[in-house]
Design a protein around this ligand. Structure first.
Ligand code: IYR
Length: 225
């Protein structure tokens, strides 16, 4: 390896036999396959420590040049949630009322979405995932980050799995345009909203669309010996 100025430390981890790997990967897949996006939440509180652990799991994601170009705004304040809901619905009303194409609206029909976003009020926590295209140096100059969408997308994926692991549910919501969020939260100029994710317990009467996931044949292209 090329000589490096940075210290490296040994890394090792548990390894498994082929049989164990097959068993572990299959049971993890079966468990992951039980995750669903849920729109109906209980308002029951979830301990802050759970949310902190979930967010710190997200923050273990790999990132371009290890810049970790993310911030997670963790919101339980009822007034702020009400404000975010009102602002999101204002935009969504425009989107569903003509800003989205007919084809797009037709594609959304099976999901049963509309402009009403009561989950923003009801869910005990709203996580706003912010991306940071650049860092601000103390002298006000900018230091760019790399592969920001890829990095923050990976962190959001880790976040969703950590939520699933805690027995909670979430929805990846993308109100559009999202600039109102940064303004409402008073975020610095180097942060942009990436996703709005309500987190909580699934409502007792929660329902999800009866969707099928793509099969192995549909998602894997093999290039083997
Ligand atoms: N942002 C809107 C519309 C929407 C778009 C897609 I693509 C979805 O998968 C779901 C919804 C909304 O949140 O309702």
């Amino acid at each position: 390896m090329a000589e490096t100025k940075h210290p490296f430390i040994p890394y090792s981890r548990d390894e498994y036999s082929a049989e164990e790997m097959i068993e572990r990967s299959k049971s993890f897949y079966d468990w992951a396959d039980t995750r669903r996006s849920v729109r109906d939440f209980e308002s029951t509180p979830v301990p802050k420590e759970v949310m902190e652990n979930i967010i710190m799991t997200a923050s273990t994601a790999p990132s371009g040049a290890h810049k970790q170009p993310w911030t997670f705004c963790l919101i339980s304040n009822a007034d702020l949630k009400a404000k975010l809901r009102a602002l999101a619905e204002e935009e969504e009303k425009k989107s569903y009322g003509g800003r989205m194409s007919d084809v797009w609206l037709k594609d959304l029909e099976p999901l049963g979405t509309d402009w009403v976003k009561e989950f923003i009020d009801i869910a005990p926590w709203i996580v706003i995932v912010m991306k940071r295209p650049y860092e601000l140096n103390e002298d006000g100059t900018k230091h760019q980050n790399y592969y920001v969408n890829e990095s923050v997308g990976l962190a959001a994926g880790f976040l969703l799995m950590a939520i699933h692991n805690a027995g909670l549910v979430a929805l990846t919501h993308t109100p559009s345009p999202m600039n109102f969020i940064a303004k409402a939260l008073g975020r610095p100029e180097n942060e942009r909203p990436f996703l709005l994710i309500p987190v909580g317990y699934a409502a007792k009467n929660a329902e999800v669309p009866d969707l099928a996931r793509k099969t192995k044949e549909q998602v894997i292209e093999y290039y083997e010996e």
